[in-house]
Design a protein around this ligand. Structure first.
Ligand SMILES: Nc1nc2c(ncn2[C@@H]2O[C@H](COP(=O)(O)OP(=O)(O)OP(=O)(O)O)[C@@H](O)[C@H]2O)c(=O)[nH]1
Ligand SMILES: [Mg+2]
Length: 302
C-alpha cells in the first residue's frame, strides 16, 4: 500500500483516483494508507466546506475561487458531494457546470476535481468525505474544498467535517431568513450572498446581517459575490484564504462531528442488524438496544 501512496504523493493522479475510489467504496480505511494522523489545525485551514441550497451557484463560485488560488500557486482540490436526490434528478457528472479551472493549462496541474456519489455509498457519507479529504492532504493538496448541498442532516455533517464552513446564499426571495436555514447559518464562518448581479442580493445580505446581530456575539461576515460575473471574487478569495474559525461555528461543528461519530459507532457495531431485528420483534426496547450497541468496543470505529 505504501508503494501506491508514494506514487499518489509523487503526483500520479491515476493511482490517487483509484485509492480515492477505494476509500469511497469503503474498501480502504484511511488510517491504513496515511503515515500519521493529521492533527487539527486551528489557525489555518486545510478543508473548507462550500455549502448552500441547490442551484445557488456554488460550483461556479468554487471554480472562480480555484482559479484565483491556483493562480497564486496553491494546489487546490474539490470534493463535490453529489446529493443524487430524486428532487433534482440526481445531477450527474456530465450535467455539472464546466470547471474552467480544470481546462486552464496554466493552472490545471494545481487543480483537482472529484465528485462523490452518495447514492451508492453504504457507509456514512460525512466520514467518507473526511477520509477522502485527509487522503488528498496526504497527497500534497494544500486546500481541499468540499461542495455540498446544505439541507438535511447528512449534508450538514458533510460540512461539519471541514475546518471552515462557507454558507452560500442567493438573493432575497421575499421571505426573510427562515427558521429552516438556522441550522446551516449557525455553522457558518462566513456567508457569501451570491448572484449579486441579481435584484435582492443586497437586501438579503442586509437581512442576514440583522438576523446575526440579533443573535449577539461573534457574527460571521456577510459578503456579496457573483461567480458568474466575477463580482467580489478577489475580495472573497482573500477573505476565505485567511478565514479564522469563529468560536460559535466551531462549537456547532464539533457538536455535529460528535453526533456523526456516535452514529457511525452504532451503525458499524457487529450486532447492529441483530439489535434492529430484536427491536422489530419486540425482544427488547430502545434503552436495552442502546446498551447492547454501546457496550462492546467496535474496532472499525476507533
Ligand atoms: N445570475 C447569476 N447566475 C449564476 C451565478 N452563479 C451561477 N449562476 C447560475 O446558476 C445556475 C446554478 O449554478 P451552479 O454553480 O451549478 O449552482 P450549484 O449551487 O453548484 O448547484 P448544485 O450543485 O446543483 O446544488 C447555473 O445556471 C449558473 O449559470 C451568478 O453569480 N449570477
Ligand atoms: Mg454544484
Amino acid at each position: 500500500m505504501s508503494d501506491k501512496l508514494q506514487q499518489a504523493i509523487s503526483g500520479d493522479r491515476r493511482v490517487m483516483a483509484r485509492l480515492l475510489s477505494q476509500i469511497e467504496n469503503g474498501d480502504l480505511l484511511v488510517s491504513e494508507v496515511l503515515p500519521d494522523n493529521q492533527s487539527i489545525e486551528y489557525n489555518s485551514w486545510s478543508t473548507m466546506a462550500i455549502t448552500g441550497a441547490p442551484g445557488v451557484g456554488k460550483s461556479v463560485l468554487v471554480d472562480a475561487l480555484m482559479n484565483q488560488w491556483a493562480g497564486q500557486g496553491l494546489r487546490v482540490a474539490l470534493l463535490a458531494v453529489d446529493p443524487s436526490s430524486p428532487r433534482t434528478g440526481g445531477a450527474l457528472l456530465g450535467d455539472r457546470v464546466r470547471m474552467s479551472s480544470v481546462d486552464n493549462p496554466n493552472i490545471n496541474e494545481r487543480v483537482y476535481v472529484r465528485s462523490i456519489a452518495t447514492r451508492s455509498s453504504s457507509g456514512s457519507v460525512p466520514l467518507i468525505v473526511e477520509d477522502m479529504a485527509a487522503f488528498l492532504i496526504a497527497c500534497g493538496w494544500e486546500r481541499i474544498l468540499i461542495e455540498t448541498v446544505g439541507s438535511g442532516q447528512a449534508e450538514l455533517r458533510c460540512a461539519a467535517v471541514a475546518d471552515r464552513i462557507v454558507v452560500v446564499e442567493g438573493p432575497a426571495r421575499g421571505d426573510g431568513v427562515q427558521a429552516e436555514k438556522a441550522g446551516l447559518l449557525e455553522l457558518a464562518d462566513i456567508v457569501l450572498v451570491n448572484k449579486a448581479d441579481l435584484d435582492g442580493a443586497e437586501r438579503h445580505a442586509g437581512e442576514l446581517r440583522e438576523s446575526y446581530a440579533l443573535d449577539g456575539e461573534d457574527a460571521p461576515d456577510v459578503l456579496l459575490t457573483s461567480g458568474l460575473k466575477g463580482i467580489g471574487i478577489e475580495e472573497a478569495a482573500v477573505a476565505l484564504l485567511e478565514l479564522p474559525s469563529s468560536g460559535r461555528a466551531l462549537r456547532a461543528r464539533m457538536r455535529e462531528r460528535l453526533l456523526g461519530q456516535h452514529e457511525r459507532r452504532l451503525v458499524l457495531h457487529p450486532s447492529y442488524n441483530e439489535v434492529l431485528n430484536g427491536l422489530c420483534e419486540g425482544t427488547f426496547d430502545i434503552d436495552e438496544a442502546l446498551k447492547q450497541l454501546q457496550g462492546e468496543e467496535n474496532e472499525r470505529a476507533s
